[in-house]
Design a protein around this ligand. Structure first.
Ligand code: IPE
Ligand code: IPE
Ligand code: MG
Length: 255
């Protein structure tokens, strides 16, 4: 069992769950079955994060670019999503998890949208952990959407140019009200961001592992958190400044 410091957890973990297709190939089964196995790993990771006290978990389940995959695969992913929402919602609710969704969910079919609405409504009062699913999500699309809304609010006199600050810009994003991710995990050995949370990841610690998503276990999660806890997050400052700041405020960091 990997040791982690429960007093120094990332408050927000984001995950690019990649490698279902390659996992299926390794097991000489179809990609769809790889996705099904990936859904099991989702279950495990949510439960583990909830148990140790992670407050926000964002999972990249379907990107806006993924719509371009073969129609059979897109349909299978959508059925799997619908099935997942139907089967898991009671358990998530029981665990005190609040569900939220980011992305262009209007592109999802009406049955799924209705499930999202119900899940959001049912779990809205829960406060143990926020599970944020990125569906039909694209970071650049999100930023453009925010810019359009700011321009239209400006035209209506709702926001002055001088009020377009980093803090206010955050309010126009899908993730409004959520802290930025402290830790990003990407599985499957790819070293890229793939249009995920571009604005929000300005100072996120990145962790890449070769493990394919369906194999990603609680130990792998703990390994990622342990790596995060060894890092010094400097936010542009010097190490000495951070230490002085810590002595002054008595704050903990990952030093
Ligand atoms: C991640 O696995 C799941 C989605 C993107 C929906 P992939 O399907 O991308 O798996 P690989 O990258 O082909 O192995
Ligand atoms: C990123 O994985 C999207 C999700 C995990 C949902 P992709 O498999 O789509 O990313 P690329 O194509 O390797 O960049
Ligand atoms: Mg992939």
């Amino acid at each position: 069992m990997i040791k982690i410091d429960l007093d120094n957890l990332p408050q927000h973990i984001a995950v690019i769950m990649d490698g279902n297709g390659r996992w299926a190939q390794q097991h000489t089964i179809g990609r769809i079955r790889g996705h099904r196995k990936g859904a099991q790993a989702v279950r495990t990771i949510i439960k583990s994060c909830r148990e140790i006290g992670i407050k926000h978990l964002t999972l990249f389940a379907f990107s806006v670019e993924n719509w371009e995959r073969p129609v059979e695969e897109v349909n299978a992913l959508m059925s799997l999503l619908e099935e997942y929402l139907t089967k898991e919602i009671n358990e998530l609710h029981k665990q005190g998890i609040k569900l939220s969704f980011i992305g262009d969910t209007k592109r999802l079919n009406p049955a799924i949208r209705e499930k999202l609405r119900l899940a959001r409504e049912m779990t809205s009062k829960n406060d143990k952990m926020i599970l944020n699913l990125a569906l039909s999500y694209g970071g650049r699309d999100e930023i453009i959407h925010a810019v359009k809304k700011i321009v239209s609010d400006h035209a209506e006199g709702k926001i002055a140019v001088s009020d377009i600050t980093k803090e206010n810009f955050n309010k126009y994003l899908n993730t409004a009200g959520m802290p930025d991710p402290d830790l990003l995990i990407r599985t499957s050995g790819e070293y890229r961001i793939s249009n995920f949370l571009l604005w929000q990841m300005a100072y996120t610690e990145l962790y890449f592992t070769k493990v394919l998503w369906p194999d990603f276990s609680k130990d792998d999660l703990f390994m990622a958190i342990a790596s995060y806890q060894k890092r010094e997050r400097r936010f542009g400052l010097t190490s000495e400044q951070l230490k002085e700041e810590n002595i002054r405020t008595g704050n903990r960091t990952n030093v």
